[in-house]
Design a protein around this ligand. Structure first.
Ligand code: ACO
Length: 332
């Protein structure tokens, strides 16, 4: 039986560190408010002309490939998760494809927002299980610092999100009980407008106008309290669903790598599932919420710190805009 196994992890974050004190220069906020509500101390902002979503993805991918002992020529397919693509079209996957010496392989963008990396990983896993591809790059990359307005009007979301990219190399293996044991994916489109960016919209004759800019209609909207409530419902549910399918329990988890949405969400999830700090990866204080980038970045840092060991049970889980949520249960 073919399975897929993560054989390399990589990440890239832009150089520019923006602290909470820096944010308070642009808007009425404070270090105390941000830390208390989100756990975030600083985030990275991209440098125009140096960083693009696809280039950041390529840097993370190059590191993951090197660690997997693979060359770009050996990759069979690219899955690129982002909510902040370089262009409306074509997707960032093909833009990344030209950054490294890949062959003319397929490249598919995934629009799963905060759950984008799990969705991409799951799609990659199916391609490998069917034998269609042997080596797949799964990337999550975001530039979000220019989506939000650095003003009082934009402060409720601007302080939470940051820029960054992560990647993994997924390879086929026939080893029993190794690699991705299962993935679970869900969505509830009835809640789409609770966390969304409406404009520019293809629903309108005129996608973009001055009024949209003036009245803030081009800014994302988040119903923070509802997101919180739903995250706390679906994070544990989808983790338990995945574990149950492979006959494992919460206490079997060696390391939980949740989407870095908000430190308060992670703490509440830990409490609900009775998972101690040492079994949870949390790096949101350094990078904020990097959406599709957050899980591969957190996984990469945990791996670099020696927290991901052979045979460990690693659980990835995400919840976010859509609403979309998912989990991946991995025997490392
Ligand atoms: N700095 C200072 N004050 C602020 C800021 C800010 N950056 N943003 C909002 N405020 C103010 C509001 O204007 C409001 O003021 P008012 O009482 O005078 O009207 C006050 O703070 C409280 O605002 P709330 O929106 O009620 O703040 P809340 O305590 O709910 O915290 C937060 C907001 C952190 C977003 C919270 O709802 C939350 O944790 N939600 C979870 C959603 C989340 O984390 N989303 C990010 C990730 S999305 C994802 O990845 C799934």
């Amino acid at each position: 039986m073919l399975h897929s196994k993560i054989t390399g992890v990589g990440m890239y974050v832009p150089e520019t560190v923006v602290t909470n004190a820096d944010m308070s220069k642009f808007m009425d906020t404070s270090d105390e408010w941000i830390i208390e509500r989100t756990g975030i101390k600083e985030r990275r902002f991209f440098k125009e002309g140096t960083d693009t979503v696809s280039k950041m993805g390529a840097r993370a991918a190059a590191q993951a490939l090197e660690r997997a002992g693979k060359t770009a020529e050996e990759v069979d397919f690219i899955l690129f998760a982002t909510l902040s693509p370089d262009y409306y079209f074509p997707g960032s996957g093909v833009l990344m494809q030209r950054e490294l010496p890949f062959r003319n392989i397929g490249a598919l963008d995934i629009r799963g927002q905060c759950s984008g990396f799990i969705y991409a990983l799951s799609v990659a896993d199916q391609f490998i299980k069917t034998g269609m591809y042997k080596t797949i790059l799964v990337v999550g990359s975001e530039i979000q610092s220019n989506i939000f307005e650095m003003s009082d009007r934009g402060r409720n979301m601007a302080v939470i999100f940051g820029d960054g990219a992560g990647a993994v190399v997924l390879e086929a293996t026939t080893e029993e009980n190794k690699g991705i044991l299962t993935t679970k994916l869900h969505s509830d489109g009835s809640q789409a407008e609770e966390l969304f960016l409406e404009h520019p919209s293809s629903n309108l004759k005129k996608r973009l106008n001055h009024e949209m800019i003036d009245n803030g209609a081009m800014l994302p909207h988040m119903n923070g309290k509802l997101v919180f409530i739903n995250a706390l419902k679906y994070f544990p549910e989808v983790i338990r669903e995945g574990l149950a399918e492979v006959n494992l329990k919460e206490e079997d988890i060696d390391l939980l790598v949740p989407h870095q949405a908000n430190a308060r969400i992670t703490v509440a999830l830990q409490k609900e599932m009775n998972i101690p700090d040492e079994k949870v990866v949390s790096n949101i204080h350094k990078y904020g919420n990097t959406t599709a980038g957050s899980i591969p970045i957190a996984l990469c840092e945990a791996w670099e710190e020696g927290r991901v060991k052979e045979n460990d049970l690693i659980v990835l889980a995400a919840f976010g805009s859509g609403f979309m949520w998912g989990s991946a249960i991995i025997r490392w």
